[in-house]
Design a protein around this ligand. Structure first.
Ligand code: SF4
Length: 266
């Protein structure tokens, strides 16, 4: 009798994975292999071959960014809007709603707070989900930093667009209707709030197609090559654990290997 092929579930990916892959695929691979090692109790090798040739840029193609709207000032939360989801595990989130506007959906409270899209194998936790007066659900990701001047310039925050697109998909899956946009909220209140602002990132057919293609790109990439660059390596967590020999920047001040985890692991 012919063997029955085992269908493996797609590799689990989070919005944070997409952002990390857009900087450096090897960083994402190291984080995945570390997580797998901790879960299984066995060393799980990174799939990146030892003779890999580092890249200058991630192979992930840029998401669509037409129609991004940049707003100064406070987020426009109205009296008829509701807070239906909050990542309770996230410290220091701002209070955006009066108590009577908080109607958190009981399906997504701890320990079931992670939003999961089984179709795409995507999961994660937006900081907030708002239900607007119109009934529309909108994910909100909070950053304690201030808005960048020149958001649309080449050094703009592509990774915020990536995160918003992925969170819109999670909200679509969890709440059953597709958001028209996601929001990145910059909450730096310094200078009497003059640095506060929020960015509205469209979510439609083009963004959904990009997300499907991006997940395929990640899952079919058997190399997951490093992209050594100071902008990537300085804050790279595996680099701080001394795990990457390709690092373009490393500070001994930040070299604090996790217990049982160090450069000899691989
Ligand atoms: S140190 Fe740099 S090259 Fe190495 S995994 Fe981190 S970001 Fe990538």
């Amino acid at each position: 009798m012919a063997a029955v092929a085992q269908l493996r579930p797609p590799e689990h990916v989070t919005p944070h994975d997409l952002v990390t892959y857009s900087r450096c695929p090897y960083e994402m691979e190291l984080l995945h292999s570390r997580h797998a090692s901790l879960v299984t109790g066995q060393p799980v090798m990174a799939r990146t071959p030892p003779n890999v040739i580092p890249l200058r840029h991630s192979p992930l193609f840029t998401p669509p960014n037409l129609g991004v709207v940049v707003n100064d000032g406070r987020l426009d939360v109205g009296p008829d809007d509701r807070l239906v989801y909050e990542d309770e595990g996230e410290a220091d989130l701002p209070i955006l709603f009066a108590e009577e506007q908080v109607r958190v959906d009981a399906r997504y409270r701890a320990p079931n707070a992670t939003l999961i899209d089984k179709v795409l194998g995507l999961s994660g936790r937006p900081d907030f989900v708002i239900q607007r007066r119109s009934g529309e659900f909108v994910p909100v990701e909070y950053k304690s930093t201030h808005m960048f001047v020149g958001y649309h310039e080449s050094h703009g925050r592509t990774f915020d667009v990536i995160q918003a697109i992925a969170e819109c998909r999670l909200v679509h899956s969890a709440f059953g209707s597709r958001p028209s946009h996601g929001i990145i909220l910059y909450g730096d209140v310094a200078g009497d709030g003059q640095h506060e602002g929020w960015v509205q990132i469209p979510y439609g057919d083009a963004e959904e197609r990009w997300l499907h293609a991006a997940l395929t790109q990640i899952r079919t990439d058997d190399t997951r090559a490093p992209v050594p660059a100071e902008r990537n390596c300085t804050n790279c967590a595996p680099n701080k654990d001394g795990l990457c020999r390709y690092a373009a920047a490393r500070s001994m001040d930040t070299y604090h290997p996790s217990p049982g985890w160090g450069p000899n692991h691989f």
